[in-house]
Each structure stands twice: as structure tokens, then as C-alpha cells.
Design a protein around this ligand. Structure first.
Ligand code: PXP
Length: 273
């Protein structure tokens, strides 16, 4: 399972002082060295963290995959078509929100989204739609011609009790299965951290996880390289443990089977990562 690291909050920190550090470009390089398969940035309409300049520099320097999160706003779509990131992930965007809230309503916005997907495809940009794990939204996403969906895991991450957690996880599982069946690539992200990511890694249809906040929070305390390496190993170990094969023996002790029970997914031996 691939890991895309969202570095928006490196830029958020820079913007706290309107200074020139920390530099997102350097952060992206460190994430790649530590094992990230891609770098994710959201060029918001209000440019509250990532700026046009960051996007241009990242386009020149990212060696893995540059995934641009973006709204359907015409100015932003034109920028994407000019810069040509490897992938664009279409998200809903509200001015006042602290972070992206909920998935795109593809059912209502299908025509508009289809136009944007076509525009991006004309520049050979892969497209992904950030949506809730809902069959109607997934079917509508397929009709837009998008290559991937990114399942919004925020509701799962914010589950208040085991019942809610089970329900939200099972929706993500059935949504992933359905999307895969109808030929969409499946990614997931939002609110994932070093504990709840384990149950998501067990969903075989999911190809890529996009994670930002929890990695950057950890990076402040242990360093960015270590924070990314720990998430990388946690994903690799959890994914391997979900494969019923004899190679399981190769994965020793880092994440015990009990960690895979979503009801007990608070127990992760982080010291061994
Ligand atoms: N995926 C999408 C589409 C997002 O909008 C975000 C937040 O920018 C993320 C993933 C990462 O979420 P988090 O920062 O909670 O890990």
C-alpha cells in the first residue's frame, strides 16, 4: 500500500510567522528519502498555506508523485493545467473550514466534475475524487471518468465508540470493494494516524493512503524523517499481516495481531517501528 504524505502543515507553520521557513520543498525531499511514495499539497483558493511558488518548486523537484488537492474553482483548475502535477485530487473547499470537511457531492456536481476531469485528462493528469464511501457517490464518480476515488476516512477516524467505529469501517470496506469492482482505483485518507491506520491497511482494494496531520505532529517531536519512516513501516507491516500467506513469518513482532482488531487498535508498539 502506497503512502502519500501531505505537507500542507509545513507551510502552515511557515505562514504563522509569514517567514521563509520551514521550507515545503525540503520537507518533500525528506519525506521521499524516508519512504513516501508521493507528496500531497492542497493549493487552497485563499492560499492559506501552500502558495503557487511552492507548487512550481515541487513540480520541479518531487521525484515520486506530486498529487495536487484542489477545488473545482476555475483559477485553480487553470493552474493545475499549467503546472501539470502527476495527479489531481478534487475536494470540496470552504473558506472557513480548518481542514477539508466531508467528501465531494459527485451526485449533484457530476456535470461540472466531469468537465474538470476532462480538462485535467487533456493534460495527462490522473484524477481522483475525494468522496464518502457511499455507493451512489462511487457510481457517480465512475461516470465522471475519474481514475481514482479517495475515500474520506474522517468519519471513521472521529468515531466516538466501538459501534460507530465498526459501522464506519464496514462502510469503507464495502465502498472500496464496490469501487474496485467497477474499475476505479481506490485511495483513502483524512484523519488517519499511527493507530487507526492499521484497520484501514487490511482493506486490500485500497492502493494508497494520504496522510498529513498525524505525521507532521509527530515530526515536530521526533523529526520528519523518523515520523515518515514509522508510518511507512507501520503500513508495510500491517498490510503484510493482512495477507494470509506463509510470508507472515517474516514480519516479526512489530504489530501484533491484536492491533488489527479495530476495537483494540490503540495498542501499537511504536518503539519497535
Ligand atoms: N486527503 C485529503 C483529500 C485531504 O483533504 C486531506 C487533508 O488535507 C488529507 C487526505 C490528509 O488528512 P490529514 O491531514 O487529516 O491526515
Amino acid at each position: 500500500m502506497k503512502l502519500g504524505v501531505n505537507i500542507d502543515h509545513i507551510a502552515s507553520l511557515r505562514e504563522l510567522r509569514k517567514s521563509n521557513e520551514p521550507e515545503p520543498l525540503v520537507a518533500a525531499g525528506i519525506c521521499e528519502i524516508a519512504g513516501a511514495d508521493g507528496i500531497v499539497v492542497h493549493l487552497r483558493e485563499d492560499r492559506r498555506h501552500i502558495k503557487d511558488r511552492d507548487l512550481c518548486l515541487l513540480k520541479e523537484t518531487v521525484k515520486t508523485k506530486l498529487n495536487l488537492e484542489m477545488s473545482l474553482n476555475k483559477e485553480i483548475v487553470d493552474i493545475a493545467c499549467k503546472i501539470v502535477p502527476d495527479q489531481a485530487t478534487l475536494v470540496p473547499e470552504k473558506r472557513q473550514e480548518l481542514t477539508t470537511e466531508g467528501g465531494l457531492d459527485v451526485v449533484s456536481l457530476r456535470r461540472k466534475i466531469k468537465d474538470v476531469v476532462e480538462k485535467l485528462h487533456s493534460k495527462d493528469i490522473l484524477t481522483s475524487l475525494f468522496i464518502e464511501p457511499n455507493k451512489r457517490q462511487i457510481d457517480a464518480a465512475k461516470k465522471t471518468g475519474a481514475d481514482f476515488i479517495e475515500i474520506h476516512t474522517g468519519r471513521f477516524a472521529n468515531s466516538k465508540n466501538e459501534k460507530e467505529l465498526d459501522k464506519n469501517l464496514s462502510e469503507i470496506k464495502s465502498g472500496s470493494l464496490h469501487a474496485h469492482k467497477i474499475g476505479l482505483g481506490v485511495n483513502a485518507g483524512h484523519g488517519l494516524d499511527y493507530r487507526n491506520v492499521i484497520s484501514i491497511c487490511r482493506i486490500k482494494q485500497i492502493q494508497e493512503l494520504n496522510i498529513g496531520y498525524s505525521i507532521i505532529c509527530r515530526a515536530v517531536l521526533v523529526g520528519l524523517e523518523q515520523a515518515v519512516r514509522q508510518m511507512r513501516r507501520l503500513i508495510d507491516t500491517s498490510t503484510a499481516l493482512s495477507i494470509p500467506s506463509t510470508s507472515l513469518g517474516m514480519v516479526r513482532g512489530m504489530v501484533s495481531e491484536s492491533n488489527h482488531n479495530p476495537k483494540r487498535n490503540r495498542r501499537v508498539d511504536l518503539h519497535s517501528l
